[in-house]
Design a protein around this ligand. Structure first.
Ligand code: SAM
Ligand code: SF4
Ligand code: SF4
Length: 335
């Protein structure tokens, strides 16, 4: 039975983090100083198994979920992720399986992901300039390899590809227009994301945010844009189309234009905690139920109970300037 929360929002999307590990150290997500050699990442037995993930996914589809996104950490680091995708593909009623990746392993994995049943892929790329990109990923990963990954995904039929660029003032704002220009006319969609205050480790300040409005203004000055309608209600990106027909971009104004009212997402951490908000403080321990003797009906009741009580609207409250809540890290909960 589909569920709704206290603000009448249905449960539509489930983001599943399949690992808390990553081979990048993006300064805004897993800064090196915090996520160093001795960082206590989750031991393997703490991670949900594929069977456990698939069971939660199946029950969540029964509650209304239509779209699942695999994320992390870096999801392609999870061994045999294709096997999980194939298991999710079997779930009746699930419309879409997507994955967000830094593309470091995409060139050799793209075809296998497609063959396993992946529908769509989002690649994170913050700059086309090697020096800037490497200063942001902080592991000297070159732009060229990400572009090769995008090409491989395109060739495998995982298109159109979305490309996420987190824009940080004074760091990569000069890359907004080049990024738009590079992907215009390719069919891929660049989505410019406002730098967010997730977690506690990225030293967020409002001064570092380049607003979505400014991004649109800068691109529009060079390549005129017109606003496009959302693809579906509750789409987080605002869509803008090039007037000359060269495709579209998206801007995600998570800081300056809160979209909590239409937020239909739940997140499952790699160790099986369910969060009903990206800025959640406390996760609900689903793994304990999965590893106990609980029946599907009992887990189902637990999940619908959690969603039914949901009151989250962190971004809206933040815009009202009334909170400074403790939060979980993006690499843990999966963005
Ligand atoms: N490792 C994969 C990747 O980078 O695509 C998947 C996980 S990553 C946490 C998911 C998305 O969150 C990425 O597109 C990343 O750029 C974004 N992200 C991470 N920290 C962010 C922040 N502070 N503000 C905005 N977006 C952020
Ligand atoms: Fe890794 Fe993605 Fe976070 Fe970068 S944004 S550190 S690639 S999880
Ligand atoms: Fe959804 Fe929480 Fe983000 Fe609001 S702040 S849009 S409720 S995840």
């Amino acid at each position: 039975m589909p569920v709704t929360d206290t603000l009448d929002r249905p449960l539509r999307d489930l983001r599943i983090s399949v690992t808390d590990r990553c081979n990048f150290r993006c300064t805004y997500c897993m800064p090196k100083e915090v996520f160093g050699h001795d960082f206590p990442f989750l031991p393997r037995q703490e991670l949900l198994t594929f069977e456990e993930i698939a069971r939660v996914a199946r029950l969540a589809v029964g509650l209304g979920v239509r779209k699942i996104r695999l994320t992390g950490g870096e999801p392609l680091l999870r061994r045999d992720i294709e096997v999980l995708i194939a298991m999710l593909r079997e779930i009746e009623g699930l419309d879409e399986i997507a994955l967000t990746t830094n593309a470091s392993l995409l060139q050799r994995k793209a075809q296998g992901l497609k063959d396993a049943g992946l529908d769509r892929i989002t690649v994170s790329l913050d700059s086309l300039d090697d020096a800037t990109f490497q200063s942001m990923n902080d592991v000297r990963f070159p732009v060229g390899k990400v572009l090769a990954g995008i090409e491989a995904a395109d060739a495998a039929g995982l298109n159109p590809i979305k490309i996420n660029m987190v824009v940080k003032r004074g760091v990569n704002e000069q890359d907004i227009v080049p990024m738009a220009e590079h992907f215009r006319g390719t069919g891929h969609i660049v989505r410019f994301i406002e730098f967010m205050d997730v977690g506690h480790t990225n030293g967020w300040r409002m001064d570092d945010v380049v607003t979505a409005a400014e991004v649109v203004e800068r691109i529009n000055a060079v390549f005129p844009l017109q606003q496009a309608d959302p693809n579906y209600p509750g789409e987080v990106a605002n869509r803008w189309r090039y007037e000359d027909g060269a495709g579209e971009i998206g801007v995600i104004a998570s800081v300056t234009q809160a979209f909590c009212g239409a937020c239909t997402r739940a997140r499952l951490s790699a160790e099986g905690k369910l969060y009903t908000c990206l800025f959640g403080l406390r996760g609900h321990d689903v793994r304990a139920l999965l590893r106990g003797e609980q029946t599907d009906e009992e887990i189902d009741a637990f999940l619908s109970g959690v969603w039914g009580k949901r009151v989250d609207r962190y971004s809206e409250i933040r815009s009202e300037g009334t909170v400074n809540l403790p939060k979980v890290e993006m690499s843990y909960i999966g963005g």
